[in-house]
Design a protein around this ligand. Structure first.
Ligand code: ACO
Length: 322
């Protein structure tokens, strides 16, 4: 085996849609502000499905789209910052539900870069162990972590999951990559902090909601994402112009426009679906990839830059020949 290849893609989102107008009834905000500052028009919010439920829907879609048998799956990785539990891992729950008995399963936490990190990791494990098939999913129910009274974060996020089925290939598909972590900036975006409680009688176990320095993250993304893409291209020994599609984490349409401008690439090469789903963290690149492939917009042999950025802080770009 020389490399691994994407043989199926899929996504799942909750049915319930919350529009900007819906939010303006509970928060001091407006459709105009949200669309102008972020590009988001609506988001899908879970009413009863947890992260593992969405991830299981994706895993079933991936299997139904391929000839791979469930018992032949060697690995399941779920990237998430909103797992159902600290343990068991979301990936283990998925494994139990689809009965992929052979699969090694675990979750990874790299926030909005998680899907790219997970593909990179799954590929390495497949190559090292000579594994044939892996399911990689990005899944989030961010709504359970949000403070619905905080307009500066509540309007930005949505719930969803997406994923890929990777299989062995004799051709090269991952042409190059660049993964980076900026731990010294980690406090710019924190969610789900769990305090140590010295006073056991307080019985305090609540996770903290999102806190984010939006402007700092915006600056970070518009500065570091172009660098990450350029570094990945250089590692892949290809020119920027050879990339057919740029599929960026969907955090803000203004970030996407800015990155296109900095790279001097036409905006038409950049996939955008933030209007429909909001920021779905680790799921966003996976949902976008699945939607674009479903629409037959990416043809075999074309080159995709899959680029995530976010909590950690982290960046991750994969240059993939589809
Ligand atoms: N509705 C109306 N007004 C609002 C809202 C809202 N929802 N939120 C903030 N405002 C107000 C502010 O209070 C402020 O008012 P003031 O001028 O009276 O003080 C004004 O709007 C401007 O606020 P800013 O925070 O300066 O707005 P900005 O243009 O920076 O946009 C945003 C904010 C959209 C968050 C932007 O900074 C951004 O997208 N940053 C990047 C965030 C990001 O990418 N996060 C993803 C990482 S995700 C991950 O890893 C999980």
């Amino acid at each position: 085996m020389k490399d691994v290849k994407i043989i199926a893609t899929g996504f799942a989102v909750p049915e319930h849609v919350v529009t900007n107008d819906d939010l303006s009834k509970i928060l001091d905000t407006s459709d105009e502000w949200i669309v102008k500052r972020t590009g988001i028009k609506r988001r899908h919010i879970s009413q009863n499905e947890n992260t593992s439920d969405l991830a299981t829907r994706v895993a079933k879609t991936l299997l139904s789209q391929s000839n791979v048998r469930t018992q032949d799956i060697d690995l399941i990785v779920v990237a998430t910052m909103t797992p159902d539990n600290m343990t068991p891992a979301t990936a283990a729950i998925v494994q139990g539900r689809i009965a992929a008995e052979k699969a090694v399963c675990f979750d990874i936490s790299a926030a909005c870069s998680g899907f790219s990190y997970a593909i990179s990791l799954a590929r390495s494990m497949m190559l090292t162990n000579n594994w044939r098939h892996a399911i990689v999913i990005g899944a989030e129910v961010l709504s359970k972590l949000l403070d619905w009274t905080d307009r500066s974060t509540a309007v930005l996020f949505g719930d969803g999951a997406g994923g890929v089925l990777l299989s062995q290939s004799n051709a090269t598909h991952l042409l190059g990559q660049s993964l980076k972590t900026y731990g010294n900036k980690g406090d710019q975006l924190i969610a789900g902090h769990l305090d140590v409680s010295y006073d056991i009688l307080k019985n305090k176990k609540k996770l903290s909601a999102f806190t984010m320095n939006g402007q700092e993250i915006y600056r970070f993304a518009t500065h570091e994402v172009p660098r990450s893409i350029l570094k990945a291209c250089s590692n892949a020994q290809i020119e920027l112009d050879q990339i057919n599609y740029f599929l960026l984490h969907q955090a803000n349409s203004r970030i996407i426009t800015q990155v296109a401008k900095k790279l001097n690439q036409p905006l038409s090469k950049f996939g955008v679906n933030i209007d429909e789903y909001g920021n779905t963290a680790a799921a966003s690149e996976a949902i976008l990839l699945a939607e674009i492939i479903q629409k037959n917009r990416i043809k075999p042999g074309e080159i995709i830059a899959l680029s995530g950025f976010g909590g950690g802080l982290t960046t991750a770009t994969l240059i993939i020949k589809y």
